[in-house]
Design a binder for this molecule. Sequence first.
Ligand SMILES: NC(=O)c1ccc[n+]([C@@H]2O[C@H](COP(=O)([O-])OP(=O)(O)OC[C@H]3O[C@@H](n4cnc5c(N)ncnc54)[C@H](OP(=O)(O)O)[C@@H]3O)[C@@H](O)[C@H]2O)c1
Length: 296
Amino acid sequence: MTRTIVMTGATTGIGAAALAHWPAPATRLIVGARKGHVAGAETLPLDLASLTSVRGFADGVIAALGGARIDALVLNAGGQRPDTDARSVDGHELTFATNHLAHYLLLRLLLPQLAPGARIVITSSGTHDPAERTGVPPPRHADARRLADPAGDPTRDANAITAGMRAYSASKLCNLMTALTLAETPDAASNAWIVTAYDPGLTPGTGLARSQMWPVRALIWPLLPLLQPFRPGMNSLAAAGRGLADLATDARPPAGRVYASLRKGVLTWPDPSVLAQDAAARAQLWADSARLTGLA
Ligand SMILES: NC(=O)c1ccc[n+]([C@@H]2O[C@H](COP(=O)([O-])OP(=O)(O)OC[C@H]3O[C@@H](n4cnc5c(N)ncnc54)[C@H](OP(=O)(O)O)[C@@H]3O)[C@@H](O)[C@H]2O)c1
């Protein structure tokens, strides 16, 4: 029987590395991409910086499905920026808009298309958790209104680079909190959906640093693989892709666990950060994200 996977972030990096694990014809792959065509997949246009584009992609997926159901929804795309100056088409801070808001909307639009027992994987990051000491400034909050409009955030960083990196870790916190909230919905229980938020660990060799300042992009990021033997939290691109593919098809999360973190190439199931476990903050994020994406 053919398994249908719908995915973002399949063009490069960890997502592209996962594709080899889903050969046709056993898998039908529908991907959203802002440019180009992904070999072996039905590629539909998707720019996560535009909520209109997200809605168009969701409509395109539903039309392509032709009544079939989605077996795995893999929300993997993401980016980093060296500041919080850029805005999405809809006027929201770009990192937050692309990494969280667009995926939140896509998730909500495609939920009715998920098969019983479907898997939902949202790529998060260990940077969401201050206890991980990743070197990336950790989130101070998951307040969607302030993340969408940093000018209105009294806790915002004065330094542009710090602000940009914290916007990234906050967006990854929001990815994780979205997965945790979804996993607790009655729909998830009644449909036996398997929801995971994936931390691939630090994975050099991807395009993630492409918008960073040149020393990070041209020196630090390319040299990081040399440190891999000494850093348990760092994974090869192949291992990170395998972890993502595994979560979308075969992995068996321990009961009640949603957050999966890849350590030395092996999926582990640590506790999410204290903030991620805050049920009131999660409910607020869900409701605010619905409003910001025009769902409420
Ligand atoms: N690498 C790491 O160390 C690391 C660690 C923890 C978590 N992560 C997460 O892993 C995921 C994959 O990142 P990666 O490291 O593999 O980086 P990557 O190579 O840059 O891949 C990012 C993917 O997201 C897509 N994307 C970005 N902005 C988009 C937009 N506006 N519309 C549509 N697609 C867009 C890119 O498509 P284009 O080809 O169009 O740019 C690409 O397919 C991200 O969610 C990232 O936060 C990475």
